[in-house]
Design a protein around this ligand. Structure first.
Ligand SMILES: C[S@@+](CC[C@H](N)C(=O)[O-])C[C@H]1O[C@@H](n2cnc3c(N)ncnc32)[C@H](O)[C@@H]1O
Length: 372
């Protein structure tokens, strides 16, 4: 594999190659975890060349077979796959579900569990359906399929525990009376044993807001492109922690800026990262070495949490909440009010200041009416 070898670290190797070719040189049953975020079947083309949603499954299939071949019997394949909208329509492609079905039914992977990565900082898009016509909600979830060769991949949720919620802490303090729940679940006294931390759900709250990281500063300094679709390091870290041991081999076949490699190196796993675009890999080097006064970041324990409101908690905010009979097919030209981050703004006004003034006045008026 040396001809395509781009860089070597203490534990990892970076290759600049088509990963389908590279995998032919990787031994059968040798990888503990494949974790990756492939190019998504996006409607809008990204600079690194996405395949259209409908052709996606056929494009992915040969990769899928190779992934299965190189994985160990108790290994895992975790794929972060964002959604895609039908061009020109407010409907979604089924491609990430078709992909999942193909990987399981045709290639023979098991779905160990589905995860959902919620990006709390996601902007409201697509603007046409979400902000302008107001007929869809913000798309803030990526599907993350955890697949495995056998139904028994090695794993432990003890590695990825969370702090207890305030209500759980209160329950532990005040005690819990064992009883049969209406659902039939028998909540025994074991429920009130303090295990110091709680088992996480399959919803991972991770903002993707890197804006001043070492990697970004390195790319700026070296005048290299910043990868446009990086995942946050907390995402591969969760799965590397839960599914591998120190010394295991982790592979990212669509590595981009090598976030996976950075996390694996820090966590003392061996790793291979592969991408076809040389400039992305040149930028990735910044993740591994000190350059000038810049240092790669190290991981801190972060007890950050996100609040999720009860769905439609502000249902009462507008007095006129009639539905669009045509489902929003015809674009409405109105002075639409947008409320975000405690700011009220209105579209279609001559100036921004004017828009905000009118919108705030109207908002106060509507609110008064609604609360009467
Ligand atoms: C969504 S990005 C991955 C980003 C990465 N997770 C990160 O955080 O930087 C997908 C990457 O796959 C790469 N790619 C697409 N087809 C490839 C192939 N056949 N072999 C290797 N890399 C490929 C693209 O160049 C792109 O950088």
């Amino acid at each position: 594999m040396s001809s395509r070898e781009f860089h070597i670290t203490k534990l990892g190797k970076i290759y600049c190659a088509d990963s389908l070719d590279l995998m032919k040189e990787i031994k059968t049953s040798s990888v503990d975890l494949i974790i990756t975020s492939p190019p998504f079947g996006l409607v809008r083309k990204k600079s690194y060349g996405n395949v259209n949603a409908d052709k996606y499954i056929e494009w992915f299939k040969p990769f899928g077979f190779e992934f299965k071949r190189i994985l160990k019997e108790n290994g895992s394949f975790v794929i972060d796959i964002g959604g895609s909208w039908t061009p020109g329509l407010p409907t979604k492609s089924l491609y990430q579900y078709e992909l999942l079905i193909m990987l399981c039914k045709e290639i023979g992977f098991h779905l160990a569990q589905e995860f959902f990565w919620w990006n709390p900082s996601k902007l409201p898009t697509p603007a046409e359906w979400v902000n302008i016509r107001r007929i869809r909600v913000k798309d803030a979830i990526d599907c993350v399929w955890w697949l495995s060769r056998s139904p028994w991949p090695k794993a432990s949720n003890r590695r990825v525990l969370l702090p207890y919620s305030e209500s759980m802490k209160a329950l532990l303090k005040n005690g819990y009376k064992p009883k049969l729940r209406p659902s039939g679940h028998d909540i025994s006294s074991k429920f009130s044993i303090d295990n110091k931390a709680s088992i996480p759900p399959n919803l991972l709250a991770i903002p993707n807001t890197e804006s001043n990281s070492y990697y970004i500063r390195y790319c700026k300094e070296k005048k290299l492109p910043q990868h446009p679709a990086r995942f946050p390091s907390d995402l591969p870290e969760f799965f590397i922690r839960m599914l591998t041991d120190e010394g295991d081999l982790v592979f990212d076949p669509f590595a981009g800026s090598c976030v996976t490699g950075e996390v694996a190196e820090r966590m003392k796993r061996k790793w291979i990262c592969c991408d076809m675009v040389l400039d992305y890999l040149k930028g990735a080097l910044g993740r591994f070495y000190q350059v000038g006064s810049l240092f790669p970041r190290s991981r801190h324990t972060k007890e950050i949490f996100y609040k999720l409101y009860n769905p439609s908690a502000r249902w009462d905010i507008l007095s006129d909440d009639s539905l669009l009979i045509d489902g929003g097919k015809k674009r409405q030209i109105n002075n639409e009010i947008t409320i975000a981050d405690n700011r009220v703004t209105m579209k279609n006004a001559a100036t921004k200041e004017k828009a905000t003034k009118i919108a705030e006045k109207s908002f106060r008026y509507r609110n008064k009416k609604a609360f009467k």
